[in-house]
Design a protein around this ligand. Structure first.
Ligand code: GLC
Length: 627
């Protein structure tokens, strides 16, 4: 890193000058005072660059390499952090403390932090978590709509509010780092992570992702940058995670030229300009080269061309995929590619030994290690971690799931709903004097409504792969919302299997996908589930007009069924605030959502990237007063 090592030398000279100056100053005072002079790196009034250099000068090679690894919370102890000088710890999806409350989280994180603060140099850890639609691991936190719904809402000011609210809930658990936002622009909705993308359009992704970074991290140049109730972001997954063939998760990008891939780098450029301080690398490959080992993409494009000065973090065991079965070769290639922080949940001790061996055998340069450590320490200093390493107990006391945050989420829900059909103005529903029939188990189940990355990695249940639980976490279901919105002489009946619709004025039928995350959501067929087709047929047989809500992580193939529906709403994965859906169903607010993805007619259109004649085009969406 030529450019960096020059800077490193300049900063070293500056630091020596500052050191000489401060010693001289201290010399003129009485010697006792000089003895207790704070080390430069612990002086918050000095420039971050100087503090980093001063600290690095005192670090051993082991301590430097220790900063570069991020074990999972279940495979590291407070003593390990102290003895190995570990730089960071993460909670993987659903990896929660015994007591899944703000207090429980803050106590757990502070316990790890104590190990760091009592290490030889007292370098704090930075603790990371996936707060990707609110602080979604934490019971009763506010769960926002997944990004596909926020793309339909397309409201940057709202995104900034969402970022701020999420940052407050993350800091309420003593954590200051989230692996979000995802800046993917999925091009094939067979991908199980489609819902993590705001849109297929990278321009819209850049606009909304930048807004949420500003909300999460605060203003880039203010003194308050990353202090107090703000968090460090990790824009992800750099780059091309949503471009793989057939939408295969962690797959290979083969259908896009370098020039076309530039379009998908643009959102990162915007978010970095807005101050994003870490970037997570994608598992996927470009033309067979794993991006985790791609020096051109990480060092030349991201660090040099985009001028990224934060740190680059690997994905969960991502580096090991470079040379399967050869840990040393994989680490060598990923370190030399320019990755700085290694998310190695379990084999972190092996990372420490292998990396030291690579440096001693000059297969990894000391300059490369210094570049990584410099970047990691800079982000920690900026984040105020050296001054405030422990949880802010006032924020912890404020807790998660506040009413203020629920209102923000409710606004996001109603703005995310997309009205795709409204025959004979069956919507809005009437607040008074109507008999409403709500059908489908998914209408009254928080597990379905929040989707993946909620309480557990796969969502739906605290136990991986468990059946979606109705009361997974605090919130209002769509059915709750309809009951809350209906006036006193409007009758609302409910049936999980759709029986009993006859005699009602209108039926609201909720269908959709079960929760899933990452590769578990990859599909070859996006037709409706048989259980939903059966539900629809049962209600259709009653002759009652049908308002169908599709609760899914992506467009699904509804071409054969939609002609039987009187109204059709894409609800996406709305999260905990079901009232927001009722807000537009009853016309308290107009529908304003617009599709941020093309809605295909059939699987052939998806598999051939044919967007020429979709069922609904990107940007489509009705209002309740018609178009
Ligand atoms: C996962 C995901 C990434 C997440 C990380 C930590 O595999 O790819 O988005 O941030 O691991 O949970």
């Amino acid at each position: 890193m030529k450019r960096h090592s020059t800077m490193y030398k300049v900063l070293t000279c500056l630091m020596i000058f500052a050191l000489a100056f401060s010693v001289n100053l201290a010399g003129s005072k009485n010697s006792a005072e000089a003895k207790v002079r704070t080390p430069i790196y612990k002086n918050p009034d000095l420039p971050v660059g100087l503090r980093v250099i001063d600290l690095m000068h005192q670090m051993t090679l082991d301590e430097k390499i220790g900063q570069m690894v991020q074990p999972e919370r279940t495979s590291v102890t407070q003593d390990d952090i102290r003895n190995y000088g570990i730089g960071s710890v993460l909670s993987g999806g659903g990896s929660v403390p015994q007591q899944n409350t703000p207090q429980g989280w803050a106590d757990m994180v502070d316990n790890f932090q104590k190990g760091a603060m009592t290490s030889r140099l007292g370098i704090p850890i930075i603790y990371g978590v996936d707060a990707v639609h609110g602080h979604n691991n934490v019971k009763d936190a506010v769960i926002l709509p997944h990004n596909i719904g926020l793309g339909a809402a397309n409201d940057p000011a709202l995104m900034k509010k969402i970022g701020s609210a999420t940052a407050e809930e993350v800091r309420a658990t003593g954590i200051s780092y989230t692996f979000a936002p995802c800046l993917c622009a999925p091009q094939n909705i067979r991908w199980g992570r489609t819902y993590e993308g705001y849109s297929e359009d990278p321009k819209l992704v850049g606009k909304l992702g930048t807004a949420v970074v500003k909300g999460l991290q605060g203003n880039k140049n203010s003194k308050g940058f990353l202090k107090g109730d703000k968090v460090v972001t990790s824009i992800k997954h750099f780059v091309g995670d949503g471009l793989t063939k057939n939408g295969q998760d962690q797959g290979n990008v083969t259908e896009y030229s370098d020039k076309e891939i530039q379009k998908f780098i643009k959102p990162y450029q915007k978010a970095i300009k807005a101050g994003a301080r870490t970037v997570m690398v994608t598992y996927s490959s470009i033309n067979g080269l794993k991006t985790h080992g791609d020096r051109h993409m990480i060092t030349d494009v991201l660090k040099r061309d985009l001028g990224f000065t934060g740190f680059v973090i690997s994905d969960y065991n991502g580096p090991q995929q470079i040379v399967p079965g050869d840990f040393r070769a994989s680490m060598k290639q990923s370190i030399n590619a320019g990755i700085d922080m290694f998310m190695i949940p379990n084999d972190w001790k092996q990372f420490l030994t292998v990396t030291k061996d690579l440096v001693q055998k000059k297969e990894v340069s000391m300059d490369r290690i210094d570049d990584a450590v410099y970047r990691i320490l800079r982000v920690k200093f900026e984040n105020g971690l050296f001054e405030e390493p422990y949880a802010d107990r006032e924020l912890v006391a404020k807790g998660v799931g506040t009413q203020e945050h629920r209102e923000i989420a409710r606004e996001a829900v109603r703005k995310s709903q997309v009205l795709l059909k409204n025959k004979n103005k069956v919507l809005p529903l009437k607040k008074n004097g109507q008999r409403i029939f709500v059908a489908g188990k998914k209408a009254d189940n928080m597990g379905y409504q929040t989707g993946g990355w909620t309480i557990s990695w796969q969502g739906g249940s605290p136990n991986w792969g468990g059946a979606p639980e109705a009361d997974l976490t605090k919130g209002t279901t769509i059915y709750d919302g309809i009951k809350n919105a209906a006036g006193k002489n409007t009758k609302v009946d409910y049936s999980a299997d759709g029986s009993g619709a006859a005699g009602h004025d209108v039926a609201v039928v909720v269908i959709g996908e079960p929760p899933y995350a990452e590769m578990f959501g990859d599909r070859t067929d996006l037709g409706l589930l048989q259980e939903d087709i059966d539900l629809l047929n049962k209600v259709k047989a009653s002759g009652v007009p049908m308002v169908v809500l599709l609760q899914s992580g992506r467009p699904m193939i509804v071409t054969d069924q939609v002609k039987d529906w009187d109204a059709f709403v894409a609800s996406w994965l709305p999260g905990t605030e079901g009232d927001g859906v009722a807000d537009v169903l009853f016309g308290k607010y107009q529908f304003t959502g617009k599709l941020s993805y093309t809605w295909p007619r059939n699987m052939t259109q998806i598999n051939t990237h044919d967007k020429s004649n979709p069922l609904y085009p990107i940007g489509y969406g009705l209002t309740t007063k018609g178009k």
